[in-house]
Write a protein that binds this ligand. Structure first.
Ligand code: HEM
Length: 128
């Protein structure tokens, strides 16, 4: 039986695995390596702070996650397919490493945040 997500270190493991998986995907890999290159060493702790806030009542994240993705969306429009790819990698990483209530919450919250982000990007990307 796998354990549930319980600590900040668990979240770091999850995000590290998520990026290993998503870097293998052609489209996401291109975004993360070429279009808006990530410096994983500094990026992973920021994303971990965000998820600690969502899952473990952490209070360290001070960024604006939607704004960051508007920036990415200006470099390459983010589509429903992109968000589905992103979520597929996230779901795979969670399922590989963890199980339990918080693991389920990690998937559920990721799906809803991805859906809301997609809705906002789609609104911006519609030709008017
Ligand atoms: C199409 C799907 C997505 C793509 C291609 C994507 C790509 C990116 C990129 C390139 C960055 C770095 C931006 C920068 O530092 O300038 C970033 C940051 C981030 N992403 Fe995503 N993302 C996606 C969806 C999501 C979703 C659904 C979530 C949350 C559920 C998320 C959480 C984050 C967080 C927390 C950061 C750090 C924000 C900060 O620096 O304050 N991403 N993303």
């Amino acid at each position: 039986m796998k354990k549930d997500i319980q600590t900040y270190e668990d979240i770091i493991r999850l995000i590290t695995r998520f990026y290993e998986i998503s870097f293998q995907d052609e489209r996401l890999g291109k975004i993360f390596k070429e279009i808006s290159p990530l410096h994983l060493e500094s990026h992973i702790p920021v994303v971990a702070d965000f998820w600690e806030g969502v899952l473990l009542d952490g209070t360290k994240y001070r960024g604006n996650v939607t704004e960051k993705h508007f920036d990415v969306n200006r470099l390459t429009p983010l589509t429903k397919e992109d968000f589905d790819l992103w979520y597929g990698c996230w779901e795979q990483a969670v399922n590989e490493l963890f199980e339990g209530e918080i693991a389920e919450k990690a998937k559920f919250r990721a799906r809803s945040i991805a859906d809301i982000m997609h809705y906002k990007m789609d609104y911006i990307n519609q030709p008017r």
